[in-house]
Design a protein around this ligand. Structure first.
Ligand code: MLZ
Length: 265
């Protein structure tokens, strides 16, 4: 049977609270994804944000698009929300009097760009204006507090959205820590980042939320007894079948998390 991660149970097990929706620069109802694979649009080159390029929709995942810049390789795909201000309808750039640019790392000789562009745009399936949704205003200030739970894009594996905790708050910045991954994927971002979502986002968009990893981070201040108990938990986690208890008498992670030694790939 397919087990699914359940936020209510998890918040209970970890005695934590969800970051309220007003913390995020995200619509309360995720925008509808009307794009189709193969459609083309204009996108800011993530590696050179001042230049606007032609991109193709390579994949659709929830309210996000997997994009590839035309003339680029297949190693630099990126993901954008359908209401991202980084994407626009083909023609927008020209209307503003700007020129479409070759992506950073254009596969061909720079002199072949005009002809490449002409061929690229000939008879293509251009995403219509209705596909592009309006980005909402950012919250007036950083409302996040340390310890709040959320769903966040794993920037090292940007196709993944995973359960996370606010690890720290400094001015307009928040530290995103991934539950059960010992800090390996953590990052700082602005409170209005488009890569962080309120809990329940994935279930609304149809994205699959990755379950937490199976590494328990040692709390900063730990009593000797708690420390030995945590070591015990870690030992038990090496043998996935065992039922383990925390000092609070709760399972630190759900059984299915223990079964999963590491998320694919
Ligand atoms: N296959 C990778 C995915 C890790 C994803 C972690 N996300 C916070 C791994 O197991 O390393």
């Amino acid at each position: 049977a397919k087990e699914t991660f359940n936020w209510d149970d998890y918040l209970n097990e970890t005695s934590s609270v969800a970051a309220p929706p007003n913390c995020f620069r995200q619509s309360r109802t995720p925008p509808r994804n009307d794009f189709k694979i193969g459609m083309k649009l204009e996108a800011h080159d993530p590696r050179n944000v001042t230049s606007v390029c032609i991109a193709t929709v390579i994949g659709i995942t929830g309210a996000r698009l997997r994009l590839r810049l035309d003339g680029s390789d297949d190693k630099n795909d990126f993901w954008r929300l359908v209401d991202s201000c980084d994407i626009q309808q083909i023609g927008t750039c020209e209307k503003k009097g700007d020129m479409l640019q070759p992506p950073l790392g254009f596969r061909m000789n720079a002199s072949s760009w005009p002809m490449f562009l002409l061929k690229t745009l000939n008879g293509v399936d251009m995403a219509p204006a209705t596909c592009f949704k309006k980005e909402i205003q950012k919250p007036l200030q950083n409302f996040f507090k340390t310890g709040m739970k959320l769903e966040a894009v794993d920037k090292k594996n940007p196709y993944l959205i995973c359960p996370a905790t606010i690890g720290d708050v400094k001015g307009d910045d928040v530290f995103i820590t991934f539950d059960g991954w010992k800090g390996a994927f953590d990052y700082w971002c602005k409170y209005d980042s488009r890569d962080i979502f309120p809990i329940g986002w994935c279930s609304l968009t149809g994205d699959s939320l990755q379950p937490p990893g199976n590494s328990v981070a040692l709390p900063k201040t730990t009593s000797p007894t708690a420390a030995s108990q945590i070591k015990g938990i870690r030992r038990s986690m090496q043998s996935p079948q065992k039922h383990v208890q925390t000092q609070k008498g709760r399972k630190p992670m759900r059984d299915k998390c223990l079964e999963q030694t590491s998320a694919p790939p």
